[in-house]
Write a protein that binds this ligand. Structure first.
Ligand code: C5P
Length: 290
């Protein structure tokens, strides 16, 4: 059996820098992929099939609409007679919540199926297929800290990223990404070509991120006002260095230097808001060459 984790995608900042004629928005965003997330397992089967398990499996919807099956169909579309495969998706993170769940699942599926079917596709080939499935899929395939531009397909890897810990909190309300983008209107934020020159020390990095924003946050709060409460709750926790919304929401994150601090904050938040989804994740330094 082949297995892989689909790590959550967290946008530490997200600027919208323009809109294309086809309606897609141009972005400049710092994305990171902390640990935890959904899990995919592949085993030989009679046909292509998907079973969903895990705490958020009820939210996943119809299998045929799932990006994992769409990824499998797209990857195999020009390859006749590939063997059947059974995919088990363990859904550990909330859906439609701004942390790339479906995109990360699709990326993990492309990576595993490329091995399973021995297709020998390069990372560039997979990124092209991934972009057809969603703007975040190429970044999720890369899976390491990067500045994301274009609609999400232009990635600049970042090295020497410090270790930190995140609390992710979500009010349990799904939010539609197209609805959030639709509410945005110009002027957009200017692109910053110096965004690759990040500080490598955590407090300086947090300060640097603090001078940027998530341009989707205020429009997402108009749609789901509870997001403002989530942000206040996270930022009021001891030792929280910064709190912000990820992607198009509704998941918000808090950055902490120490794992115990993040765990304590998550426990406090969960005790005040038992219906929220709250989890902790660690991000350890990675190098783009590893
Ligand atoms: O590509 P994906 O399916 O994740 O995008 C969902 C929707 O979010 C798109 O149909 C579009 O309305 C909006 N979007 C956008 N600009 C992006 C990414 C997504 O406008 N860069």
């Amino acid at each position: 059996m082949l297995t892989a984790f689909a790590k959550p995608k967290v946008n530490l900042f997200l600027h919208v820098t323009g809109r294309r004629d086809d309606g897609y928005h141009l972005l400049e965003s710092l994305v990171v992929f902390p640990d935890g997330g959904d899990k995919l397992s592949l085993s030989p089967g009679d046909e292509l099939s998907l079973t969903t398990t895990g705490p958020f499996s009820d939210e996943v919807g119809r299998a045929e609409d799932n990006l994992v099956l769409k990824a499998a169909k797209l990857l195999s579309s020009r390859q006749p007679d590939l063997p059947g495969v059974h995919i088990i998706l363990s859904k550990n993170l909330p859906v439609a919540s701004g942390i790339g769940g479906g995109s990360a699942d699709a990326a993990a599926a492309l990576t595993l199926l490329n091995q399973f079917w021995r297709l020998n596709k390069t990372p560039e080939d997979l990124a092209k297929v991934g972009l057809e499935l969603g703007a975040d899929v190429p970044a999720c395939l890369f899976g390491k800290p990067a500045i994301m531009r274009g609609i999400g397909e232009k990635l600049t890897p970042l090295s020497h990223f410090p270790d930190f810990h995140l609390v992710l909190a979500n009010p349990g309300l799904a939010i539609s990404t197209p609805d959030v983008f639709k509410r945005l209107s110009p002027p957009f934020t200017d692109e910053d070509p110096s965004s690759e020159n990040l500080p490598t020390e955590l407090s300086e990095l947090v300060d640097w991120i603090g001078h940027r924003s998530n341009d989707l946050q205020s429009v997402a709060i108009e749609l789901v006002p509870e997001i403002a409460t989530v942000l206040e709750e996270i930022s009021s926790q001891s030792n929280c260095l910064l709190s912000r919304m990820s992607g198009s929401g509704a998941t918000c994150f808090g950055i902490f230097a120490m794992k115990e601090e993040a765990k304590r904050a998550a426990k406090n938040i969960k005790s005040c808001y038992p219906t929220w989804n709250v989890s902790t994740h660690s991000h350890f330094e990675t190098s783009p060459n590893e």
